[in-house]
Design a protein around this ligand. Sequence first.
Ligand code: ZN
Length: 308
Amino acid sequence: MSESISNEQNNLKSKRDRRKRVARIKKTLLSIIAVWIIISILVISMLCVKVISLQKQIDYLTGNYDTSEMVEGTNNNSAGDVTLVNQTDEDIDNLAGTEDVHKVYLTFDDGPSGNTDQILDILDDYGVKATFFVVGKNDEASKQRYQRIVNEGHTIGMHSYSHKYSEIYSSIDYFKNDFEAIQNCIYDATGVDCMYYRFPGGSSNKVSNIDMSEYIQYVNQQGVTYFDWNVSSGDATSRAYTSDEIVENVMSDVVKYKTSVVLLHDADNKDATVEALPKLIESLQREGVLILPIDEETTVIQHVTVSQ
Ligand code: ZN
């Protein structure tokens, strides 16, 4: 009898032990899963941060870096005896009253490409002239596109030959060589002595973490006018805007100014810009604005200037 009680007790004890073991294993498994989830979340967060920073670097390296949001704020760098001056005061002069006519200058950077042809077709359909700040290319199709821009009455401007920030802004000598290369490239293809320049990244270029004054002075000394922009379509930011958003970005800003220089892009991957263009022109025409190509009459829009 006492033996059977003792057996029973042993049984119970071993069952309890087993339950305890199972409970312990469960607890361990749950802890592992919890740790696993936490580690996964941490890794995902780190990867997200990394992706954003890589996207910024890609934008930087391809030159698709929109610095318009960096224009505000103080930027009075000094270099020797020249000072970079922010042009926020000009903005105040440029604010439109209710009676003012709005002048809008559509400018396309980073072409020519296949999209340039489509953009030229659309501009032709609407009888609208624009400005193309081109980069250097020497294949036949590109040469024909430079020529077509000029033949169809648009303004052609320089946007550097290589468009590689790391090279152009590495020294004034590199910049000069690149400047002469794009000037000659346009002259050889079109016979036009180009009078307009757009700095990759704008004159307020903070992407390259350099003092822009030397480069600005050089362009001024060539008798060439550099144009920045005061309206950004957002078509070169990391975020991929839809064509409707591109139209909205532009329309919400052009109403503010007498002169709007609109930043757009006609590189190969700018399909949303091509899609937006007819809607944009129609919206601008509905508002009764004048759409014009840049010429010597155009109010100069510059983010920064150098003062002696
Ligand atoms: Zn560019």
